[in-house]
Each structure stands twice: as C-alpha cells, then as structure tokens.
Design a protein around this ligand. Structure first.
Ligand SMILES: [Zn+2]
Ligand SMILES: [Zn+2]
Ligand SMILES: [Zn+2]
Ligand SMILES: [Zn+2]
Ligand SMILES: [Zn+2]
Length: 338
C-alpha cells in the first residue's frame, strides 16, 4: 500500500522520539545498595577497633573487602554500559529515518504504516526452502513499547501458514509462535533497531527467513511433511497419517484400529473390542447385552438388545424345546430366518 508522505513523516518522528527516550534509560542504576553496605561495614570496623574487639574487627574487614570488590565490579559494568550506549545509540536524524521508511516501499512491494497501533509491517515474497513451500511472511515491528533486551519487539506472521506435520505453532524452521529464532543475526538485528536503521532491520529479518540453518531449526525441513507412527515407528506423511481419537497419538494406516460402528481410529492401547465377535469397537459404541451384560458392537446385538449368543440360547429354549440344547450347531440355522 502506498503511504502518504505525511504518514511516513509522522511515523519517522515517532521512531525518533522513542529512540531518544531509549538512550536516556541506561544512565540510571548506580550501585547504591553496595555503597551503603560498605559505609555500614566501615562504621562497624571503627567501633570494633575502638572497643578493642580485634577478632570482630578482622571479621568485619573480610566482609568489607568482598563488599568493596562487589561495588567495584558494579561500577565497571556501569561504565562499560555507558560507553557502549554512547557508541551504539546515536539516534539518526529524522530525515534519515524518513528516507529509510520510503526505501522500504521499494525494497518490499507490500508495506504499511499503522500510526494508531504504532507498527510498521512489510510482507516478504513467497518463501520456498529446499523445496518446501512456506508461503509469504509479514514482519511486523511494534514501536509503542520499549524493551530492555531489544529496543523494539517484532513478530513474524505466516500469510499462508504451512506448519510441519508435528507442530502447528511452527510456521518456518526458525519461527515458532510468530517469534523468530535469530541465532547469529541477533546482534546485527539489535544494533539496527537501536540505531534506528529500519531498512536494515527489515532486510536482515527477511534474509533470515530466506535462509535455512540445518544446525538449529525448530523442525528440520526434511521432517516437514513426515513423522513417525507412534506404534510401529514407520514414516508417515501428511496424507496418510491418522490420529488416535482418544490419546491423539499419530498412527500410520496399518496401525489405526477402526471401530466397526463409527469408523473412528484408535491406537493399540485405546481400542476396545466387542466381547462377542472380537472386532475393534470403541468404548462409546459398545452396548451391553440386556441379558448377559457383555459389551457388544451393534452388529452383535439384535433389536431386543440381546447379543447373538443370548439370542441363540433364547431361541433354542422357545422354539426347539425337544432338541438337545448342547447341539447348538444344528439349531442355529433353524433360528436365523427370524
Ligand atoms: Zn504404524
Ligand atoms: Zn490411543
Ligand atoms: Zn465407535
Ligand atoms: Zn460384535
Ligand atoms: Zn448376551
């Protein structure tokens, strides 16, 4: 989207203001607590010496020694921070920020400035890494809140999310829950933000998205479309995977046990069986036989809720009273036409 020069200028002014306030933040934090503790120990040492408590005085001296060392360390750290702050955080002139923002439009076709929410976004081209299509990504820089770690927060949103088979929160080998794992690019990105080099920032992040580092992905590209079956450890692809309806474990087609009634898939541990025909049947589809209380699939129950065994027995008793009850084989063909 084309931004009006006025909008771009107002955003540039806001960025300048934010960076300016960031610069002042490091100047705080003198080691007051350590200093006060040293003062207290010096007084204690003096008192002990005046009263002739030499052992106590020696003990206090040791404490004082380590406390002075702490104070020194804190002062050195503070001095280093101040030094790097003045070296790194030269706030660029508003003109430079403005020109950077204009250049974004040339570098990235899709770019937008949201003055209300104080965000700047660009959209990358569609990204394919090692043959795996990942779609385009929006890089959104949030300027409203300042952060001590990196001056501004940013997130990366997949425009056409293509998560790997194993994790929906991952949209890119180096992006999880819309946050980028920056790796070696961390410092350059941080510097670019601290110094208000917005064009450099967006170029760095988009380059990161177009690069695959096989050393440290959330999910390796080679595993993007395949994973292991939790039962047989065979490789399953996105197309032929199923999940256990109960525990949600991933299953290959061979390891999925299908309920004869509702056809849901179950893993070995979660599937239950009909006690009459021994077919796989899930717990919610099993029904008790009204007579013997066996758990049955619907195929094994008649319309009076009797299992096939009880049905046969009852039929024998009702219709064939003269025949030998134990010879059920000769009886059942006579009973079936019912
Ligand atoms: Zn399997
Ligand atoms: Zn299961
Ligand atoms: Zn079922
Ligand atoms: Zn059955
Ligand atoms: Zn029964």
């Amino acid at each position: 989207m084309n931004q009006s020069p006025k909008t771009v200028w107002r955003m540039a002014r806001f960025v300048e203001k934010q960076l300016g306030s960031l610069r002042g933040e490091t100047n705080t934090g003198l080691p007051e607590a350590a200093w006060l503790s040293c003062l207290r120990l010096v007084r204690m040492r003096q008192q002990a010496q005046e009263r002739g408590w030499f052992r106590a005085a020696t003990k206090v001296e040791r404490e004082l020694n380590s406390e002075v060392f702490q104070l020194m360390r804190q002062l050195v750290t503070l001095q280093q921070e101040l030094e790097s702050a003045s070296a790194e955080k030269l706030v660029p002139a508003i003109r430079t920020i403005y020109e950077d923002l204009l250049a974004l439009e040339e570098e990235f076709g899709q770019y937008s400035i949201d003055l209300k929410n104080k965000t700047i976004s660009v959209v990358t081209e569609s990204i394919v890494l090692e043959g795996v299509y990942l779609g385009a990504f929006e890089i959104r820089l949030e300027l409203a809140t300042l952060d001590s770690d990196t001056p501004f927060q940013y997130q990366v949103f997949a425009q056409d999310p293509q998560p790997p088979i194993t994790d929906d929160a991952v949209t890119h080998p180096h992006v999880q829950s819309d946050n980028v794992c920056e790796g070696d690019a961390r410092m350059p990105i941080r510097r670019a933000l601290e110094q208000g080099r917005l064009l450099d920032f967006f170029v760095l992040v988009s380059r990161l998205l177009r690069t695959y580092n096989p050393e440290s992905p959330y999910i390796a590209l080679s595993d993007w479309h395949s994973a292991e079956c939790s039962e047989c450890a065979d490789v399953v692809t996105t197309e032929d995977q199923t999940h256990c309806t109960h525990c949600e474990n991933r299953l290959c087609r061979e390891c999925a046990n299908r309920c004869v009634d509702c056809e849901s898939s179950y893993c070995h541990d979660c599937v239950t069986r009909c006690e009459i025909c021994r077919d796989d049947c899930c717990e919610s589809c099993l029904k008790e036989c009204a007579l013997c209380c066996s758990n049955c699939c619907s195929n094994c129950l008649d319309n009076e809720e009797r299992c096939s065994i009880c049905e046969t027995q009852e039929d024998e008793e009702t219709y064939e009273p003269d025949q030998d009850i134990t010879s059920s084989e000769t009886v059942s063909p006579a009973g079936t036409p019912l």
